[in-house]
Design a protein around this ligand. Structure first.
Ligand code: AMP
Length: 396
């Protein structure tokens, strides 16, 4: 397979799929530009070698065609500053203007195309739409890990039109390398920490992690379904009643695979879902009626910390509680800090998922892990052992 570092882009018009799905405030200012910054090495590789970069991305979730708040035009000036050169913009990714501008682009030029998702064909993986996009370049690079698990026109289908003229960008290669590092021959003990609101969507990952990890720590809202499956009283905590049998099955499966499934032992509970609610900390098996568990308690923090500090490889996805509220952020903060400390002492740590990444940024710890993935769903599907369409399309 083509490696980006072995390819000469001189004189080539290179179509680069990036993930510029950045948050904007109400005046359309970018509030977190990390995703743009993460794509610069790939764009610069093309430009510095004398190629032209035609950049495409999605932004937000437009429902029905053009919506000003999701226009990639809002990114043009910042991208120009970051690349230290003018960036041209095209008001559609597939109209005649796009075709003309892509034909006339000079070596070293940059053209940003309007949001791909203004066209429903993008998410449908429409081959005709993908073909039109492919007409804009001579070479295709996929550097968007965040959407690599989607079989969309610009992330997977388009690659069919490039045969040998395609490769992963630096960011996507780095994501794959780091996921492989944590799964293939990891240093042991290997501990995975899963949190977040719901068990749905993480079941298959948990199941496949049982084949790989030594410890699986579960925190956050999803822990309460397991506690209920073990006969606990969880009050009005988040609990997926339809998944209780499945939680029992996963508890048995952990035993069969010789994996220590570690659940919280105590819970910080509130009588309302708000920061200044009445708060009671209890054994997690006895959450009082009328109260909901919104964070792991101090005993759970020390038990989890002990395991983390002895681990040599740590994978973390999903917060331990409602970290967005100050009174329920301690569990997530302490666990983030203990992973950071283990990393400092030589463990390898991989963190991913939108909320975990938001949490570590909130605690100013984002530089303290071995690797922070840009993908949430994509990271989980990779950990599950699934072939991601965006990756297979380049490899085939
Ligand atoms: P997910 O998208 O499933 O990873 O969930 C992330 C969300 O889970 C965050 O917004 C947290 O506030 C929320 N969360 C974590 N723990 C709890 C809990 N015990 N109860 C309710 N929500 C929670």
């Amino acid at each position: 397979m083509n490696q980006i570092s072995n390819i000469s882009f001189k004189g080539k018009r290179v179509l680069i799929r990036v993930d510029f799905n950045v948050p904007l405030d109400k005046n359309y200012n970018i509030t977190d530009e990390s995703r743009i910054v993460a794509s610069l090495p790939t764009i610069n590789s093309v430009l510095h070698q004398g190629g032209a970069a035609i950049i495409m991305s999605h932004l937000g979730r437009p429902k029905n065609g053009y919506e000003k708040k999701y226009s990639l035009q809002h990114l043009v000036s910042r991208l120009s500053v970051l690349l230290k050169k003018d960036v041209d913009f095209c008001s559609s990714c597939i109209n005649d203007e796009a075709l003309n501008k892509s034909r006339k682009i000079k070596n070293g030029g940059v053209l940003l195309l309007e949001n791909l998702r203004f066209h429903p064909e993008e998410k449908k993986g429409d081959p005709v739409f993908a073909k039109k996009l492919s007409n804009l370049g001579d070479f295709y690079i996929n550097d968007a890990f965040g959407t690599a698990h989607r079989n969309h026109a610009s992330t997977a289908v388009i690659a069919n039109y490039f045969h040998n003229n395609k490769c992963f960008g630096h960011l996507l290669s780095l994501e794959i390398k780091n996921l492989e590092l944590s799964l293939e021959n990891p240093k042991r003990p290997l501990t995975a920490i899963m949190g977040g609101a719901k068990i749905t969507g993480k079941i298959d990952v948990i199941r496949s992690l049982f084949k790989k990890v030594d410890y699986l720590i579960i925190g956050g809202g999803m822990a309460y379904t397991f506690i209920k499956a073990l006969g606990g009283e969880t009050g009005s905590s988040l609990c997926d009643n339809e998944k209780i049998d499945l939680a029992k099955e996963l508890i048995d499966l952990a035993k069969k695979n010789n994996v220590s499934l570690v659940l919280p032992s105590d819970s910080v509970n509130a009588n309302e879902f708000k920061n200044d609610a009445k708060i009671i900390t209890s054994n997690i098996f006895c959450v009082p009626s009328g109260f909901m568990g919104l964070d792991i308690g101090p005993n759970s923090i020390s038990a989890f910390t002990k395991i983390i500090s002895n681990s040599k490889t740590i994978i973390w996805n999903g917060p331990m509680g409602v970290f967005e509220m100050r009174n329920f952020q301690k569990g997530t903060e302490k666990i983030a800090k203990s992973i950071a400390l283990a990393t400092k002492k030589g463990a390898y740590s991989l963190v991913g998922g939108g909320d975990s990444v938001a949490a570590i940024k909130h605690f100013d710890l984002n530089k303290c892990f071995s690797y922070v993935s840009t993908g949430g769903g994509a990271m989980l599907e990779y950990l599950e052992g699934r072939k991601l369409p965006g990756i297979s399309a380049i490899e085939s």
